[in-house]
Design a binder for this molecule. Structure first.
Ligand code: CAA
Length: 258
């Protein structure tokens, strides 16, 4: 198993677990964290035995943002030339469904990282926000675009312009958190949800994620065309035959990922 500096990685059944592990910096996202998360998620993505990924942090912080100390001295040109944050797009592009299990702070890049996942399971201790305005900048890992799509213009503007945090209940009401669970149950709930997802047909999961992603950026007619294409293509999989036979025979399907 590859050694990582800033994350813990584990496989449990068909689920890949990635735990951010920089407790001294509340899991602030520096270049090494990006490198590690991208490498680990891509390794899981390339493994046909993995059907879901859980990304989590600690009780205190999912991640308190991009690493401010790493960025502080840079110029605008440095940030452009480094393509600082650019590699996170590789994480956002994984095919496998990813659950963000969020406890404590998910601020700035931490909130943006959660929003690169497909499902945000929030502990009741979670606090979400885009506080970059307090640092004299704006969200830089997709927050202005993904938060707006998740919660609408007025809630996104409220958060991004004021820099305030919202608690888990407000995040769920706003459509950012998929669900809120007691903090003590977060990892069990995330594991159970990930096991459920990982038990489905892999081609169907990839297809579902692809059409959901496309819905964020395509006009309706184009999105519907893509949905029809993916839906009909799935009828050429063994898993579709198995899923529908299992329904008729009143048994649990045994999906093989093909
Ligand atoms: N970058 C670097 N270090 C960070 C950090 C960050 N984003 N967040 C916390 N830390 C460090 C602190 O500097 C501190 O380290 P030291 O002990 O060496 O001083 C340690 O983590 C613990 O933090 P605090 O002592 O501040 O803990 P607290 O409980 O008093 O406060 C907090 C917690 C409210 C989350 C506070 O740490 C905080 O405001 N953090 C910054 C949040 C932020 O502004 N995030 C946005 C970053 S910019 C960004 O993300 C850009 C983008 O769009 C991608």
């Amino acid at each position: 198993m590859t050694e990582y500096e800033t994350i813990l990685v584990e496989t449990r059944g068909r689920v890949g677990w990635i735990t951010l592990n920089r407790p001294e910096a509340l899991n602030a996202l520096n270049t090494q964290v990006c490198r590690d998360v991208v490498a680990a998620s891509s390794a899981f993505d390339d493994d046909r035995e993995i059907g879901a990924i859980v990304l989590t942090g600690s009780d205190r912080a999912f991640a308190a943002g991009a690493d401010i100390k790493e960025m502080e001295a840079k110029s605008g040109l440095d940030m452009i030339m480094d393509d600082h944050f650019g590699d996170w797009s590789d994480f956002a592009a994984v095919r496998t469904p990813v659950i963000a299990a969020v406890a404590g702070y998910a601020l700035g890049g931490g909130c943006e990282l959660a929003m690169m996942c497909d499902i945000i399971l929030a502990a009741d201790s979670a606090k979400f926000g885009q506080p970059e305005i307090n640092l004299g900048v704006i969200p830089g890992m997709g927050g202005s675009q993904r938060l707006l799509r998740a919660v609408g213009y007025y809630k996104a503007a409220d958060l991004i312009l004021s820099g305030r945090m919202m608690d888990a209940a407000e995040a769920e009401r706003s459509g950012l958190a998929s669900r809120v669970v007691p903090a003590a149950d977060l990892l069990d709930e995330a594991g159970a949800l990930a096991d459920t997802i990982a038990g489905k047909s892999l081609p169907a999961l990839y297809g579902a994620k692809a059409v959901l992603d496309a819905a964020l950026e395509t006009p309706l007619a184009e999105g519907l065309r893509l949905e029809k294409h993916v839906f009909t293509s799935l009828f050429d999989t063994e898993d579709q035959k198995e899923g529908m036979a299992a329904f008729r025979e009143k048994r649990t399907p045994d999906f093989r990922g093909r």
